[in-house]
Design a protein around this ligand. Sequence first.
Ligand SMILES: *[C@@H]1O[C@H](CO)[C@@H](O)[C@H](O)[C@H]1NC(C)=O
Ligand SMILES: *[C@@H]1O[C@H](CO)[C@@H](O)[C@H](O)[C@H]1NC(C)=O
Length: 527
Amino acid sequence: MVDSGLQLIHTLSATPLGTEMDSRSFTPPLALVLSLLLLLLLPSSVNPNASPRRAYPRSPIRFAEDLIRDLNLQPVIQEIEGEQKGDDSSSPRLVEKRINLEILGESGSDIPIEQLGHHAGYYRLEHTHAAKMFYFFFESRGKSSDPVVIWLTGGPGCSSELALFYENGPFKIADNMSLIWNDYGWDKASNLIFVDQPTGTGFSYSTDLRDLRYSEKGVSDDLYDFLQAFFREHPKYLKNDFYITGESYAGHYIPAAAERVHRGNKEKQGLQLNLKGFAIGNGLTNPEIQYGAYADYALDMGIIGESAYKSISKIYPLCELGVKLCGPSGVIGCLASYFVCNSIFTSIMLLAGDMNYYDIRKKCEGSLCYDLSNMEKFLNEKSVRDALGVGNKKFVSCSPLVYEAMITDWMKNLEVGIPTLIGDGIRLLVYAGEYDLICNWLGNFRWVNSMEWSGHQIFAEAPMLPFVIDGKEAGLLKSYGPLSFLKVHDAGHMVPMDQPRAALEMLKRWMKGNLSEGGTITAVVDM
Ligand SMILES: *[C@@H]1O[C@H](CO)[C@@H](O)[C@H](O)[C@H]1NC(C)=O
Ligand SMILES: *[C@@H]1O[C@H](CO)[C@@H](O)[C@H](O)[C@H]1NC(C)=O
């Protein structure tokens, strides 16, 4: 759920929770469970109607702040040196510059490199005190009429540059810090935006802590303001199809953003955005169902045995209760269920040892489970920072501050708004690499399959069919009308990193409206 979900593990293993877990006995520690139950049953003392924009400070947030202090984490929101404090120019503005990074290899495009627009920019967010949102915009290596695609990385609090450099961006970083064209970058088929959000993530920042966001409402309002500014600056793309995509915790952001854009369109706020669909890769969308799938997935994949399965499964009813108490607007229940439910995951990980929870075939190497250090090195080079116009702002892949601020958002169910969206013909693709534990395909499959919408029955009964690329089965696909689910073979959490070709092909076919196109359907596969 965490993209480069270092954050989840990092936080949990550093809190008392981690120490109370005994690796030799995986029964949930009774004292812990009882205290969390107590917490759950406490009447929520916090005003649930408080506007998320005014939600700071409130008790769980103070709790989160204490956590941050305990963990000795530094807030990453900091001023850009030399910039005026309290820049309160109320008129929103976009500062975008063309970047000319040297890229080795062949772009594979008919468009000469000099004409291929690569941009980086900051947008001063409307409706904030001093927030500036950072983004990259890569014009398509195909045609300018290609759809506009925005990518959101999860965390919460992890930079979308993780995907840019390691998954589906136009280029990758070599060990000697050179950039090399990515033959399967999503900019081959789209005009591609990577944005660092929520505020405080990656290069996006504010000098005012009141700009921190605590819920999907705040996050999606900011993203909507960002999109409005982007299309105002680039009106020629307004007529293009528009898709919202991303991964991991973006299983929360994406449906919320799609809803926000759709509502803006319906209510004729601002520019009409030509939203055609949204795609969630290995996401966290419906926690109640997805946390129920952990033990099943771990058992199926041989990560845990029968007896551990039985013990760990005993935690689930309390997790489920907590998620129910959390509901759409809870606070305390959300916090308690965050800890209870994640103890299911940590219990599995205690048995799994040094397994990479994003790809169970691999070992977790280093604190991030993958070595992503080249990116931080690259983005902190002075020449690169100058080229991007980010001043002296230090780049951090994942922000603990943003993560903690979003802690009561974690257990919220973002499935609830989806039936309306797909009912209005906006397409949804949920895809998942089969070897990811943390946002595994099974939990995603279950929520998609059980979602109530007008096509529910037909979707539920539809067969899983091979997703074929060049005569080879690259995954299993289930589709009906605007809804598709794809289980991707030989991939972990980061599908475009592990299966770049399949991921690009998936994007192209989905945007064209037919994921099975080009594939010969030869067999019906049992799930
Ligand atoms: C850096 O690495 C890339 C890819 O391995 C290679 O093509 C390039 O020549 C190297 N550049 C330098 C300056 O060594
Ligand atoms: C999608 O493509 C497949 C294979 O080419 C074809 O059989 C199917 O009818 C197409 N579906 C739609 C909805 O066009």
